[in-house]
Design a protein around this ligand. Structure first.
Ligand SMILES: C[S@@+](CC[C@H](N)C(=O)[O-])C[C@H]1O[C@@H](n2cnc3c(N)ncnc32)[C@H](O)[C@@H]1O
Length: 464
């Protein structure tokens, strides 16, 4: 039996443990490939839409499945390289820190190649960008792009080498134009949830999905789906790393990840999670994203806060209702997790950008676990019931995949949720095969892009 003094010590130890940085601190939990038994019902249901190589493999078994899954996992990871090319092209189109030239917006993009005016400013943007990349100590975002190019074998030492880089940049611009025209021509039906299935995988991120998630949480609370204090373990699938996003390509602040903190901010504000005990995981295939998360959490363990810039494009077409609700969200964003600090000023070229910045407390950043390298399409964590997740978030990620891959991702997500836990996504997931996830609420919100259509956060709940 414990004496009164021993009981007090034990209580103090437990108290410290319950609010200390995450105990799993050092090593991330191990992922495993989706086992054949779990994939089998999906494979069998897919019929003709099964990937060709799988059909050709004949009678599948666990060994064949495992070999196939591992090669496909690598193919998906290889798409990150093309995504980096897209990021570089967005930097060429929109960057404001290295040039004073016009931005290549969508209207100009489609005229690239046919208009001497657009060709001229694309050329001069490319010259300015090559010059900035060639500098000996470029700022963080440019430095990331430079090492991407150096790793691909490009050099900046001689005029000839720089001309090769310029050609590469302009070839990518032409490729992006062709892809843009193709996507623009596609019907905006259910296929929009798989829009990028042939594209490179980008890391770009912005505040729109975080605002939509906040609205969805509120709706879930009002419908009694989420209860106060009900979320302790949450994972962000594909948090992203913002440096030059696809929409306006702001490049005036260092690479940052926002979604994990925006989600925590919403959960704290609604009383859904306790700041002292919440555990936040990130799952991503990108080494850059994972390295960034690891760096900021290690810094936080030394007491260093994390500053995020919160820019948004005020010129994006949106209804008054959407704008009003978004601004109300944006003005308070970060209040639960930190305090406002002066933002990096918006350069003159970034017209229509509003911004503010928040310093996130180190104690909040410490609630992030070591990042998990995971391909949600083919991988999962096998967890004991007490470690299953209460909430998984995946926005602007599933649209990079087709039907079969989305079915697998859905099954993987389901396997990591506790009964009653939720997966939230702005992509609709196919449900040909029972995954254990049921669609409990489509939280609609007037679209920011086209006021006549509706964006939706889909809420899937793991059935008991
Ligand atoms: C376009 S960003 C979206 C970022 C953020 N969720 C948002 O909505 O703004 C896509 C993110 O998902 C990650 N990702 C893409 N496919 C993935 C996969 N199969 N498994 C895990 N992460 C993936 C990318 O590396 C990137 O971090």
């Amino acid at each position: 039996m414990f004496t009164g003094k021993q009981k007090l010590s034990l209580y103090l130890v437990l108290l410290v443990l319950s609010s200390s940085p995450l105990a799993f601190g050092q090593s991330a939990p191990k992922t495993e490939f989706i086992p054949y038994q779990s994939a089998k019902p999906i494979v069998e249901a897919m019929g003709d839409s099964l990937p060709q190589e799988l059909k050709a493999a004949g009678n599948l078994d666990a060994t064949k499945w495992s070999a196939w899954v591992q090669s496909r996992d690598q193919e998906i990871r290889d798409r990150l390289d093309r995504g980096e090319e897209d990021t570089l092209t967005n930097l060429l189109r929109f960057g404001v820190t290295y040039t004073k030239e016009y931005r290549i917006d969508d209207d100009y993009l489609v005229r690239y190649g046919n208009s001497s005016l657009v060709n001229a400013f694309a050329q001069s943007r490319a010259d300015d960008l090559v010059r900035a990349l060639a500098a000996s100590n470029p700022p963080a975002g440019l430095a990331e792009m430079k090492s991407f190019l150096l790793n691909k074998g490009f050099s900046f030492n001689t005029p000839q080498q720089r001309a090769v880089v310029k050609k590469y940049l302009l070839d990518n611009l032409a490729r992006l134009r062709d892809e843009f025209l193709k996507y623009r021509a596609q019907p905006k039906d259910e296929k929009r949830f798989q829009l990028f299935q042939d594209r490179g995988i980008s890391l770009d991120t912005n505040l729109w999905p975080d605002y939509q998630l906040d609205a969805a949480f509120r709706e879930m609370v009002s419908q009694g789906l989420l209860k106060p204090g009900s979320i302790r373990r949450v994972a962000i699938i594909g948090p992203g790393l913002d440096f030059v996003n696809k929409e306006s390509g702001n490049d005036f602040y260092p690479p940052q990840t926002i979604q994990p903190f925006a989600v925590l901010d919403s959960l704290f504000q609604l009383g859904l999670a306790d700041p002292a005990t919440v555990e936040l995981f990130t799952f991503d295939i990108s080494p850059s994203v994972n390295a960034h998360v690891e760096r900021i959490r290690k810094n936080a363990l030394q007491g260093t806060p994390y500053i995020v810039q919160l820019p948004w494009n005020t010129q994006r077409p949106m209804s008054d209702e959407y704008r009003h609700a978004f601004v109300a969200y944006w003005e308070k964003l970060g209040n639960q997790i930190g305090a406002p600090v002066p933002a990096i000023s918006v350069p003159a070229g970034a017209t229509g950008t509003s911004t503010r910045a928040v310093k996130i407390r180190a104690q909040v950043v410490q609630r992030i676990a070591s990042p998990v390298d995971m391909n949600i399409v083919y991988q999962r964590l096998t967890l004991p019931p007490e470690q299953a997740f209460d909430l998984l978030i995946g926005t602007n990620i599933f649209l990079y995949y087709g039907n079969f891959e989305q079915e697998l991702a859905r099954a993987n997500a389901a396997s990591m949720l506790r009964p009653g836990g939720f997966l939230l996504s702005n992509g609709k997931l196919p449900d040909t095969v029972a995954s254990g996830l049921k669609d409990v609420l489509d939280a609609p919100i007037t679209s920011s892009v086209n006021p006549l259509i509706t964006d939706t956060i889909f809420c899937y709940q793991r059935v008991k």
